[in-house]
Design a protein around this ligand. Structure first.
Ligand code: FE2
Length: 441
């Protein structure tokens, strides 16, 4: 197992670096050091920060080696410098940053060759390496979001996502009762996904697929952005202040809509999940539709609970790692796929596209599970618990499989929409649905 694990870790590190390289080689040095939005870091900051985290954890902590560049730790500490301030820092230039991450990687691979993977909790099951793989892949998604905000000619391309293969509309009843939320067994799960614990979730209905562009456009056409009835108090205040009138990157195109993606403008595709909406927009849509957003526990139950066995799966389709037939992940495509494109990725009860395509806003804040233990450091999750965040689930087309699973939790401020965020709706089922099914209603 140890040799296999080393090979897996090395391959995953390599895969993450290939993506970082693609996203940073796609633009010239001027673009790498520029800040494309105050919401984002310059790409060259992400690049060296990825290397710096790898140095801190794998080279210094796991490997016990001398620092490569102790002098730059402070510059790449995300807590010391918020994103708007990063361009003014004396950052490594693109050539220095590339040389630095290469040097760190050589040392990290040497550490991987020599370390005994069972010695400490930090390295058991390859955890620290998995954490660094996930960190780099998470920054690859952040860098992809920066590309979406970048002005100028397109520099990224990818094949179109697969077409719809089945119709995926309406809602599914998820019966009431307990299920196991979180995990004790995923070797690379982060502290906030642990421990596994039972949660009793009353019966509810959840959408078969994420809300589509056509459905969202109907909300706009019905005056949804101009009617405070559908918005929470905070949501309406934000809608007013930010002047929201459609998802980010949308603009009017004749009697319809167009959006710009990675530098290309095209007509909005009707049956694709809507993306680049904030929590408040999702909440307003749901309320207009006579529905609500699912809680985080409802989302995870819909995604993982197998009613036939009573156990929670790793993914909606089972325990197998995500393949191209299951979900739109890993920047294989640079857009969400139409609803119904992944019948093989559906859950046992027939909920589609929970993994991949778009992150899905839930109605839950970010908190530790009962029995939560900080590991390996408080700044990973704990410092964010109870903050002004909503949890997002399921990953997007920009998320790598290494940083996406049925238990994976993302969180962001409810006003954020530069991320690849969409949603689906839910509603209460009531007590009858929990026992005899709908015939009784
Ligand atoms: Fe980071």
């Amino acid at each position: 197992m140890t040799q296999d694990l080393r090979l897996t870790v090395a391959a995953e590190l390599e895969r993450a670096r290939a993506r970082t390289t693609l996203l940073t080689d796609a633009v010239d040095d001027g673009d790498l050091v520029r800040q494309h939005s105050p919401l984002m870091s310059p790409l060259v900051w992400d690049l060296a920060h990825v290397g710096n985290q790898e140095e801190l954890w794998l080279v210094r902590d796991v490997g016990g080696r001398e620092p490569v560049r102790r002098d730059i730790d402070e510059l790449y500490d995300a807590f010391k410098h918020p994103r708007p301030n990063r361009p003014a820092l004396p950052l490594l230039d693109p050539a220095e940053a590339r040389a630095y991450v290469g040097q760190v990687r050589d040392k990290a691979l040497d550490v991987l060759d020599r370390v005994r993977l069972t010695d400490r909790k930090l390295v058991a099951g390859g955890f620290a390496f998995g954490m660094i793989v996930q960190h780099e892949q998470q920054h690859a998604e952040t860098m992809l979001a920066t590309h979406q905000l970048r002005a100028g000619a397109p520099v990224l391309q990818a094949p179109a996502p697969p077409p719809a293969r089945v119709s995926a509309s309406g809602e599914v009843l998820i019966p009431g009762g307990p299920f196991t939320m979180g995990t004790d067994t995923e070797p690379w799960a982060l502290d906030n996904e642990r421990p596994a614990h039972p949660v009793d979730v009353p019966a509810f209905f959840i959408d078969v697929a994420p809300v589509t562009n056509a459905e969202y456009a109907a909300f706009i056409a019905d005056g949804g952005y101009d009617d405070p009835r559908w918005w929470s108090r905070r949501g309406w205040a934000h809608r007013q202040e930010a002047g929201l009138s459609a998802p980010m990157h949308w603009r009017r195109d004749g009697d319809g809509w167009a959006y710009t993606r990675f530098g290309r403008t095209e007509r909005v595709v009707a049956d694709e999940p809507v993306v680049h909406v904030c929590f408040f927009e999702a909440e307003a849509y749901a309320s207009w539709a006579g529905r609500r957003l699912p809680t985080e526990a409802e989302w995870e139950k819909a995604a993982r609970h197998d009613p036939a066995t009573g156990r929670s799966r790793r993914y909606p389709w089972g325990d197998d790692a995500p393949g191209p037939e299951h979900a739109n992940l890993g920047q294989r495509h640079l857009a969400p796929a139409r609803v119904g494109a992944y019948p093989e990725g559906a859950s046992p009860l027939g909920v589609h596209q929970l993994i991949g395509d778009v992150w899905e806003w839930t109605d839950s804040g970010f908190h530790g599970y009962p029995g939560f233990e900080v590991f390996p450091y408080a700044e990973y999750s704990q410092v964010f618990f109870g903050g002004d965040y909503k949890v997002l689930r399921g990953g997007s087309f920009g998320t790598d499989a290494a940083a996406c699973r049925g238990t994976f939790r993302n969180w962001d401020h409810p006003i954020r929409r530069q991320i690849f965020s969409g949603f689906r709706c839910a509603r209460d089922a009531g007590p009858l649905a929990a026992t005899d099914g709908l015939e009784a209603v």
